[in-house]
Structures are given as C-alpha cells and as structure tokens.
Design a protein around this ligand. Structure first.
Ligand code: NAP
Length: 303
C-alpha cells in the first residue's frame, strides 16, 4: 500500500499533522517510537495553550492522540531505522517493516542536551535527571539542584518544589532566557535559591550523587554543593539521525524550511521543534503540523 502521508513522530507537531491529514481524508500513518506527546508528555503543567486553562502534559498528549485516532489515522508504535527520499515514492524503513508514501512529514522533535560536566553520564539515573515529571518524586525531602536559565529550568524547578526540601538553580549568567513571569515566580518561592554566574564542573558521589563541584564564571573560584539530585535543563538537540546527509540542515542540525514547511526535497515536509525556527512551543509545533499536512495535500493534488 502507498500512503498519502507518512508522519514520523508523535509529539504535538506530528499529532497535529495527523489531525489535519485525517480530517482531510488522506490515507495517513503516524509512527512513534516512545511516548505520544514527546516532550509535552514529560511536562508537568501546560498553561499557555489557548483554550486550555491548565492541563498536565500527559493529559494534553493523550487527548491529542485520541483526536488523531478519531479521524482514522493509522498509528504505528515502532522505530524508524532509515529513510529513502530519492524516488517519487518515499520509503520509510521501520522496525515493523517498510512503509511507502507519496509524502513524508518529519516531526521527530528534539531531545534534552547534556550540560557537559564530568561524570554526567555516570550519574544519569543515579541522581542526575533530565525529566522532573518522571523523577521528581524520588527526591522527596531532599536538597537538589537545577541547571539552566531557560523556560524549562524555571518551570521544572517550580514543579520540583512539591518534592524537594530545597532547590538551587545554577545558571551560567545572571540574565535569563526564561519568561520574566517564571523568573519572578521562582525568585518568590521560599524553597528556591539562585546560584548565578556559575557552572557545574563535576558530579561526585559513591554510587549515588552526593555533591557537585561548581565554578564561578566571573572569578574562576570553585565551590562544593551537597545535593542528592541534579536536574539538567540546558536546551535541546534536534533528533535528526535518520535524515543526516539526506536533507538540508542548519549548522545546529535543524531542518531548513520556511513557513510552508517544505524541505529541499519534493514531498518531504518538516514540523515542530525539528525545524529551524525562533519559537519552540506546543502551539508553534501544532501550527507547523497543520501547515505541513495542508502542504502535503496540495503536493499530492499537484501530482
Ligand atoms: P533554552 O531556552 O535553550 O535555554 C537553555 C538554558 O540553558 C539557557 O539559559 C542556557 O544559558 C543554558 N545552557 C545551555 N547550555 C548550557 C551548558 N552547557 N551549561 C550550563 N547552562 C547551559 O532551552 P529550554 O529551557 O530547554 O527551552 C527549549 C525551548 O522550549 C525554548 O524555546 C523554550 O521557550 C521552550 N519551552 C517553553 C516553555 C513554556 O512556555 N512554558 C516551557 C519549557 C520550554 P544561556 O542563557 O547563557 O545561553
């Protein structure tokens, strides 16, 4: 069978593309390897998606998935191993077999970046975490650190106050990328303190994390911080393994496409965090997905 649209990735971009393709009666398959919702599924609370006052990330993700299923999109749980975009009919090779499609929408998103301190990998899951929703409860009553100065670091630090006894937000500058409202909310919280102009150089402990070695970026001075947990939120890296060398990417590895979501390959579109763009939010991912589907439909009509 040749699908009209093959969507790779089941985050807000992919699910929104699925919703529009399904409603447009395109014969569509959506492949997701892990959890539907992508990063949204690990976000504790969403309060900046229009029409929804407050919802948990997993709830919003599940509703998006249900909506897609309602419109008849085939959902496949599996891993995409490679893609072949040379011919008119595109091929997507998955752990469940080969799929063929007239168009492909790339919506693999992005994944948490490592901070790069010594022993970061060794202490992963032994105190170092990249997901507050997943691991926060393990740190009930404990002293922890959060690294980063963006929306994720501040949002998740505020969430972690539910569990932790104290939270030190370690940021390499004294200005924040995060929204002012979030910074103010964190500053006002009694459990949160900031350690600014500082980076983590090393994690230490006997099996489990016990302390971080910090370095002041202005003075070079080193210090120790005793913590049982360290949550890292220092940005994202695009998930582009299967398309590297096959499609035009920018220097950061994001797919180049304009507001029409068209990549440099005919019939291949991109949507969401994987696209080079200025604002990575659920709403912009959803918007990309909708546009990508409509553009895929136009592409099919034109051929
Ligand atoms: P981000 O906005 O790229 O911020 C990353 C932060 O980590 C920056 O403060 C950066 O410092 C710092 N950093 C980067 N590399 C570092 C390193 N090696 N060591 C120490 N610090 C490092 O990433 P994000 O917070 O994960 O957010 C990603 C995207 O999702 C953004 O577009 C964000 O707006 C969006 N998001 C939105 C919401 C929301 O609207 N509620 C929630 C979460 C995420 P510098 O500032 O010095 O570069």
């Amino acid at each position: 069978m040749i699908y009209d649209v093959i969507i790779i990735g089941g985050g807000p971009a992919g699910l929104s593309a699925g919703l529009y393709a399904g409603r447009g009666k395109l014969n569509t398959v959506l492949i997701e390897k892990e959890t539907f919702g992508g990063q949204t599924s690990t976000t504790h609370e969403v309060e900046n998606y229009p029409g929804v006052l407050k919802v948990t990330g997993p709830e919003l993700s599940e509703t998006m998935k249900e909506q897609v299923e309602k419109f008849g999109v085939e959902i496949l749980k599996g891993d995409v191993e490679s893609v072949k975009f040379d011919d008119k009919i595109k091929k997507v090779i998955t752990s469940k077999g080969e799929l063929q499609g007239k168009t492909v929408i790339l919506a693999m998103g992005a994944k948490p970046r490592l901070a790069g301190f010594k022993n970061e990998e060794e202490f992963r899951s032994m105190g170092v975490s990249y997901c507050a929703t997943c691991d926060g409860a393990f740190f009930e009553g404990m002293d922890i650190a959060v690294i980063g100065g963006g929306d994720s670091a501040l949002t998740e630090a505020i969430f972690l106050t539910r569990f932790a006894k104290s939270i030190k937000i370690i940021h390499r500058r004294d200005e924040f990328r995060a929204a002012k409202s979030l910074v103010n909310k964190a500053k006002e919280h009694e459990k949160i303190e900031f350690i600014l102009n500082s980076v983590v150089e090393e994690a230490q402990g006997d099996g489990l994390l016990e302390k971080l070695i910090l370095k002041n970026t202005l003075t070079g001075e080193k210090s120790e911080l005793e913590v049982s947990g360290c949550f890292v939120f220092v940005g994202l890296d695009p998930i582009n393994d299967i398309i590297k060398g096959k499609i035009e990417l920018d220097e950061g590895g994001y797919v180049l496409a304009g507001e029409d979501m068209k990549t440099n390959i005919d019939g291949v579109f991109v949507a969401g965090d994987l696209r080079k763009k200025d604002l990575r939010q659920i709403i912009t991912a959803a918007s990309d997905g909708a546009i990508a589907s409509i553009m895929a439909e136009k592409f099919i009509e034109g051929h």
